[in-house]
Design a protein around this ligand. Structure first.
Ligand code: S3P
Length: 434
């Protein structure tokens, strides 16, 4: 294989129109829920990145027929759902690659919906990430799951069986934890209730409701009654706001930029990045609001603006949890200091992102201090060129690529193939906008 690094040249402005790839969270859910529907679902603008293709691979191993036709934006995926009791025992290990969403949500589905046994594993990063946060509540429902370190880590093994409803109060605001329990609750008899400390993304709830599930939301609690069959759907996956975030920040910090991002998902549980950037002075307009399978969608136009520091903390964190790497770059370009608190969850993402941000942006001249659960970032960076490393984390790779636009000379970014996890076509889109 060719060496995995890129030399990124400085410069701008960034101008043009783009359609960012389909939302990662929604693409995973479209496969997982489409598989459980009674009938055939059709999905367009599916994110054909490594993570979501991994979900497709796993569901094919579970006996679900999934077909693709066409390429890129024109591609359409057909998922032949086989109902709540249609999954078949896989004859080999299910490999989720780098995808925490696949592993955690699938555990909930398999614990209640599989007649038989399955083994789940993934890459080196996924085998370090905490799985006890879903395994433990699922066990209280009667799930039979075991694995490394008593089930705290993958590889994990699960034997499907009947589950009882629970009321679970989650200590973390995590959509993956909430969704794993709700999906398990689909198979239990009676009402399963999950309460979270702050609202995390609610895509599972919206999609299940659109499919006819018996699900109710009451503030920070969600209740689901098991046993009701699910209807198939036609869905055009909105663009991923977590991918759009790279251009929202790049358009804001690179002088002369003007970018329109078409068809971006603007579900309020995901738009923390818009709120934070606007507080910092960003010029972002929302145009043509619409809905897709209960998900709000809009076009976003961003133009260069002078940014100022802000505070990001508390209930806002889950609404922008994946955007903190690129928001740190915005903070480095702002005037004044930005403080990010209550973000300890970043330590258990694809990399330890608090440490990765501090180390890698630090090499490029950003003055920042890593805290146990956050960052303090001084604005007004005097950029320098250096060799940086994505730490094999897709969102770090893209953040570092955009930071390189501001450096005095080209920057060498190592391990850039990681971008394929959520944004195949990132480098082409960057070239198109320059
Ligand atoms: C996701 C939830 C978030 C997010 C991840 C995708 C999802 O993780 O970071 O990229 O699709 O449910 P947590 O639920 O662990 O916060």
């Amino acid at each position: 294989m060719s060496p995995d690094f890129r030399l990124v040249e400085p410069g701008g402005p960034l101008r043009g129109r783009l359609r960012v790839p389909g939302d990662k969270s929604l693409s995973h859910r479209a496969v997982m829920l489409g598989a459980l529907a009674d009938g055939t679902s059709h999905v367009r603008n599916f994110l054909a990145g490594a993570d979501c293709l991994g979900t497709i691979r796993c569901y094919r191993q579970l006996g679900i027929r999934i077909e693709a036709s066409g390429e890129g934006l024109e591609s359409a995926w057909t998922i032949h759902g086989s109902g709540l009791r249609g999954l078949v025992e896989p004859s080999d290990v299910l490999d989720v690659g780098n995808s925490g969403t696949t592993m955690r949500l699938m555990l909930g589905v398999l614990a209640g919906g599989l007649q038989g046994h399955a083994c789940l594993t993934g890459d080196e990063s996924i085998r370090r990430r905490p799985m006890g946060r879903v395994v433990e509540p699922l066990r209280t429902m009667g799930a039979r799951i075991d694995g490394m370190n008593h089930g705290a880590l993958a590889p994990l093994s699960v034997r499907g069986g009947s589950l009882r409803p629970v009321r679970y109060v989650s200590p973390v605001a995590s959509a993956q934890v909430k969704s794993a329990i709700l999906l398990a609750g689909l198979f239990g008899e009676g009402s399963t209730v999950v309460t979270e400390p702050a609202k995390s993304r609610d895509h599972t709830e919206r999609m299940l409701q659109a499919m006819g599930a018996d699900l109710e939301v009451d503030g920070l609690s969600v209740a689901i009654r098991g046993g009701r069959s699910l209807s198939p759907f036609d869905f055009e996956v909105p663009g991923d706001i977590s991918s759009a975030a790279f251009w929202l920040v790049a358009g804001s910090i690179v002088k002369g930029s003007d970018i329109v991002l078409e068809g971006v998902g603007v579900n309020p549980t995901r738009t923390g990045v818009l709120d934070a950037l606007r507080r910092m002075g960003a010029d972002i307009e929302e145009q043509n609001p619409r809905l897709a399978l209960g998900e709000p969608v809009a076009d976003l136009r961003v133009r260069h603006a002078e940014l100022r520091g802000t505070i990001i903390e508390g209930a806002e964190i889950p609404r922008l949890v994946d955007e903190i790497p690129v928001l740190s770059l915005a903070a480095a370009c702002a005037t004044g200091r930005t403080i990010i608190r209550n973000a300890g969850e970043l330590r258990v993402k694809e990399s330890d992102r608090l440490s990765a941000i501090a180390t890698e942006l630090g090499k490029l001249g950003v003055v920042l201090r890593e805290q146990p659960e956050g960052l303090e970032i001084d604005g007004g960076t005097i950029w320098r060129s250096a060799e940086v490393d994505s730490q094999d984390d897709h969102r770090m790779a893209m953040t570092l690529a955009l930071a390189s636009l501001l450096a005095p000379r080209s920057v060498s970014v190592r391990r850039t193939r990681a971008t394929d996890v959520s944004y195949p076509g990132f480098w082409e889109d960057l070239a198109r906008l320059r």
